[in-house]
Design a binder for this molecule. Structure first.
Ligand code: HEM
Length: 409
């Protein structure tokens, strides 16, 4: 490490929340494997593209944070295991079994068939805002869209969508309510508990009905008929799909719209050439993705990365958004370039935990962003970009709390 290294504590500032890329550039340059202290836990942060790829493929970096060291029990409390110990927080062979079962319920055919329904939900949401000439694109569009899609896909009753959304929003916006940290932690744990009980009740209710054509019913079948899934795994998998299925997509759509609205020549290009949309979505995800650091890994033995010793038991964070701006991997990496030749970015992760919902995420983002541009002419930010309220820097997610815009009604 050189003297220039950014002190780790500086990573968790409002400045970092607004624009993390200068700090990531400095880390990539000066300390590509950097010990970092955070409000929740200490870790080593990996910021270069090649290292990130290698780390996400390295079986010595375990995802079993409920394993021998019990990291997650300490960080998230004793009740967290029932909901958090799912495929994302496990290693092969449990991971392979859970992923195989869930992938079946997540068959590409079922997901592709959703296109018309996604378009319909998008239209319904936009019909409400179009006459108003202004909107908060987070609450009016980016958050409800993926929430409604994943809820329908899972088979969560429509009447409950608002309540489920309210619980997930408490978890998503933790750290930004202005309440004392202990109070906020308690509110998050309470929301998780409520959601846990709620999902367990939905599962019981579905068991009492003839099987429906939805994902929870497919998972129930894997649990009850084939015995491949325990009751706890059934609930925690449902929670993972619900949460992973909307949080990242919502934040991504918000970040993508800010990127377009603050790069008017790229916005013009997309308006003139809508066929660019699929590759534009990939570039927007590379440029400002919603998961700055992949979920934590833990070193199962002493490791060395770029000459830095990572002792066994350490938590390792792979900074996806830093890797995606690595000039060694992408020319002019800090520039949004929608006509960039499509190279492999890391926005959907890498290795065995590569995003299971990638097809759905792409469908929602392409249809959603395309419709926003078509139906909201003259779209512009209602506030200077620096004044947009963001999730705090210590949040696992990079996203906006509000995205006020105006357009020609
Ligand atoms: C733009 C939207 C999305 C982005 C950027 C995204 C990104 C990611 C990333 C980076 C990972 C790997 C995390 C890690 O290795 O720590 C991941 C995993 C996962 N994602 Fe997504 N995701 C998105 C949307 C979705 C959707 C719509 C679903 C649908 C349910 C979903 C379900 C999952 C699941 C289940 C995993 C865990 C896979 C495993 O552990 O094997 N994601 N996602």
């Amino acid at each position: 490490m050189t003297e220039n290294v950014l002190p780790a504590s500086e990573l968790y500032t409002d400045e970092f929340a607004a624009d993390p890329y200068p700090a990531f550039a400095k880390l990539r340059e000066d300390s590509p494997v950097c010990p970092v202290t955070s409000p929740r836990f200490d870790s080593f942060l990996i910021t270069r593209f090649d290292d990130a790829k290698a780390a996400l493929n390295d079986p010595r970096l375990s995802k079993d944070l409920y394993g021998p060291e019990q990291h997650f029990l300490r960080i998230f409390g004793p009740n967290s295991e029932a909901i958090n110990k799912n495929m994302l927080n496990s290693d092969p062979p449990e991971h392979s079994r859970l992923r195989r079962i869930t992938s079946r319920a997540f068959a590409p055919r079922r997901i592709e068939a959703l296109r018309p329904r996604v378009a319909e939900i998008v239209s319904e949401l936009l019909d409400k805002v179009v006459p108003q000439g202004q909107a908060d694109l987070m609450h009016d569009f980016a958050i409800p869209l993926p929430m409604m899609v994943i809820s329908e896909l899972l088979g969560i009753p429509t009447a409950d969508h608002d309540q489920v959304l309210a619980w997930t929003q408490v978890i998503r916006e933790s750290g930004s309510s202005g309440r004392p940290p202990a109070e906020e932690r308690a509110a998050v744990q309470e929301a998780q508990l409520q959601l846990h009980h709620y999902l367990a009740d939905v599962i019981q209710a579905k068991r009492a009905q003839p099987p429906a054509d939805d994902m929870i019913s497919s998972l129930i079948e894997a649990c009850d008929q084939d015995g491949q899934l325990s009751e706890r795994e059934l609930v925690s998998t449902t929670f993972l799909l619900l949460f992973a299925g909307h949080q990242t997509t919502a934040d991504f759509i918000g970040n993508a719209m800010v990127a377009l609205l603050t790069n008017p020549e790229q916005l013009d290009l997309l308006l003139r050439t809508p066929e660019l949309l699929p590759s534009a979505v990939e570039e927007l995800l590379r440029f400002d993705g919603p998961l700055p650091v992949a979920s934590p890994r833990i070193a199962t033995e002493d490791l060395e990365f770029r000459g830095v010793r990572i002792p066994a038991g350490s938590i390792v964070g792979v900074a996806i958004n830093a890797a995606n701006h690595d000039p060694e991997a992408f020319a002019d990496a800090d520039r949004l370039d929608l006509s960039r030749e499509r190279g492999p970015h890391m926005g959907f992760g890498h290795g065995v935990h590569y995003c299971l919902g990638v097809t759905l995420a792409r469908i929602e983002a392409q249809i959603g962003i395309g419709a926003l541009l078509r139906r909201l002419p003259g779209l512009r930010l209602a506030l200077p970009v620096e004044e947009l309220r963001r999730l705090p820097a210590a949040s696992p997610f990079r996203g906006l709390i509000e995205l006020p815009v105006r357009f020609n009604a």
